[in-house]
Design a binder for this molecule. Structure first.
Ligand SMILES: [Ca+2]
Ligand SMILES: [Ca+2]
Ligand SMILES: [Ca+2]
Ligand SMILES: [Ca+2]
Length: 401
C-alpha cells in the first residue's frame, strides 16, 4: 500500500471504469463541485446487476438523486433513530450554538422523504452526540457530552419526545468524544467518554436508568480526542481505543466484566478527526481507521490487541468523513468516505481480502456521514452534512437498486 498503482495525479481517475450495467446517468459525477447534484448518479458493479432495475444484487451500490434539506445553521454531527416512534428512521443533529444549543430533527416517511425540520432546546455546550438506550426500554435515546458540565446529558425518548431530565452524569474534564458498548455483558449499554483536558477516559456503567457514578477513570496520553469501541483481540469482550489530539493511541482490553487492562500505546497520525474499526487489510483482524492530517491512516491490528505502524491509504484524497456499514449487502462491512475537495463520495467494499477498489457515488463535500435504511428497501442509504460551517444542509442519498 506504499503507492497507488495508478500513475495519474488525479484521484478521480483512480476509480475503476464501469464496464457493465451503466446508463447515460451512471458513473462518476464530476460536474458539480459546490452544490448537490440533482441527477441520478447510480452505478452498478456486477455483470448481472443494474441500478434502478429494482433488484437488490450483492455488490451493487446504487444511489438516486440527492435530497437536500437546508438548515441555515451549523450542525455538529448526524445520528439516526426513530424519534417520533412511527416505525420510520429519522435524522437528528445538533446546532451547538453558545447559550441556545438545539436538537434538530427530520421525521422520515419510510420512503426516503423527510418532513420539515423540528427543533427543541438542549443545554450547556454539547460537544458530541450518541444514540443509546438510556433507560433500557428498547427505545433509543440520545446522550450529549457537555463541556460546561464535564459529563453527559441525557435526552430520553418518552412517547416520541426527547425529554431532557436535567441530569448530568460526570465523566471527567471537558468531554469531547463518546462511544458505547455493553462492557460487562449485563445487556445494559455502557459509555466511554474521552476528555480534552487532563489525561483520562471515563467509563460510565449503564444502570436501569442512567449511569453509575462516579465514572471509572483510565489514564491515556494527554489530551484525549477520539474514542472507539470494538473487539480488537477477538475474545468476545469489547475493547476501547483512544487516540489523543497528538495521535497517541491507547488500547484498553476489556475483561468482559466491565474492567479494562491497558494494553499498549503507539504513536502516529496527528490530530484525529474520526475513528473507526474495520478489517481493511483482509487478514481477519480488525484495524483502526483514523482520519487525520488530510489522510486516512490504517493501523493494522494483529488480532491480539496490538496495532502496527499506521499506513496511509494511497487512494483516498483529502478525506472529510467516513461511515462503516454494509452498503453492498453481502454481509461484510464496507467504508463510505467523502472528501473535502468535492471528489466523489466513494464506497470501498470490504471483502475477505480487505477493502476493494472504490466505487464513486456522487461529488459532495460531506463533513459528517451516517448510514440508515431510510427508504426501507433493505439497502443502506447515506445522510451527510453538506456546506460551509454556519449554513449547513443535510443531504440524503437514497439507495436505488
Ligand atoms: Ca420516525
Ligand atoms: Ca430508552
Ligand atoms: Ca453493561
Ligand atoms: Ca435504502
Amino acid at each position: 500500500m506504499a503507492s497507488t498503482p495508478n500513475t495519474s495525479t488525479s484521484p478521480i481517475t483512480t476509480f475503476p471504469e464501469q464496464t457493465t450495467g451503466t446508463t447515460s446517468e451512471a458513473g462518476l459525477d464530476t460536474s458539480s463541485t459546490s452544490e448537490p447534484d440533482t441527477t441520478s448518479t447510480g452505478q452498478s458493479t456486477g455483470s448481472a446487476a443494474e441500478c434502478a432495475d429494482g433488484v437488490v444484487a450483492d455488490g451493487e451500490v446504487c444511489f438516486g438523486a440527492p435530497v437536500s434539506m437546508n438548515v441555515g445553521k451549523s450542525l455538529m454531527d448526524l445520528v439516526v433513530l426513530d424519534v417520533d416512534q412511527d416505525g420510520h428512521l429519522d435524522i437528528l443533529s445538533v446546532n451547538p450554538t453558545a447559550m441556545n444549543p438545539l436538537l434538530l430533527w427530520w421525521s422520515g416517511g419510510g420512503d426516503g422523504t423527510f418532513g420539515e425540520v423540528q427543533q427543541q432546546p438542549t443545554y450547556g455546550s454539547p460537544s458530541a452526540i450518541l444514540v443509546t438506550d438510556v433507560n433500557h426500554d428498547k427505545i433509543e435515546d440520545i446522550v450529549l457530552t457537555d463541556t460546561d458540565e464535564n459529563g453527559v446529558r441525557v435526552h430520553v425518548n418518552v412517547d416520541g419526545q426527547l425529554i431532557n431530565f436535567q441530569q448530568i452524569y460526570a465523566s471527567g474534564p471537558v468531554p469531547i468524544g463518546i462511544a458505547k458498548g455493553d462492557f460487562n455483558a449485563d445487556n445494559l449499554e455502557d459509555l466511554v467518554v474521552t476528555h480534552d483536558a487532563g489525561s483520562t477516559i471515563g467509563v460510565l456503567r449503564g444502570l436501569a436508568f442512567g449511569y453509575k457514578q462516579p465514572p471509572a477513570s483510565y489514564e491515556i496520553a494527554p489530551t484525549g480526542f477520539g474514542i472507539v469501541t470494538g473487539d480488537l483481540n477477538g475474545d468476545g469482550n469489547l475493547d476501547i481505543i483512544s487516540v489523543s489530539i497528538e495521535g497517541w493511541t491507547d488500547v484498553f482490553l476489556g475483561d468482559g466484566l466491565g474492567g479494562f487492562d491497558p494494553f499498549g500505546m503507539s504513536v502516529a497520525l496527528g490530530t484525529p478527526y474520526q475513528l473507526g474499526l474495520l478489517d481493511a487489510t483482509g487478514d481477519g483482524a480488525v484495524d483502526l481507521l483514523c482520519l487525520a492530517g488530510g489522510e486516512l491512516y490504517i493501523s493494522p491490528g494483529d488480532g491480539a490487541g496490538g496495532l502496527g505502524e499506521a499506513i496511509v491509504h494511497p487512494e483516498i484524497y483529502k478525506p472529510s468523513a467516513f461511515v462503516i456499514a454494509d452498503f453492498t449487502h453481502d454481509g461484510t462491512l464496507d467504508m463510505a468516505i467523502g472528501s473535502w475537495d468535492a471528489d466523489p463520495i466513494a464506497i470501498f467494499p470490504g471483502s475477505d481480502t480487505g477493502l476493494g477498489p472504490p466505487l464513486g457515488v456522487v461529488a459532495l463535500a460531506s463533513r459528517r456521514m451516517v448510514a440508515g435504511d431510510f427508504n426501507e428497501d433493505g439497502v443502506l442509504d447515506l445522510a451527510l452534512i453538506f456546506g460551509a460551517f454556519g449554513n449547513d444542509s443535510v443531504v440524503v442519498l437514497s439507495s436505488a437498486p
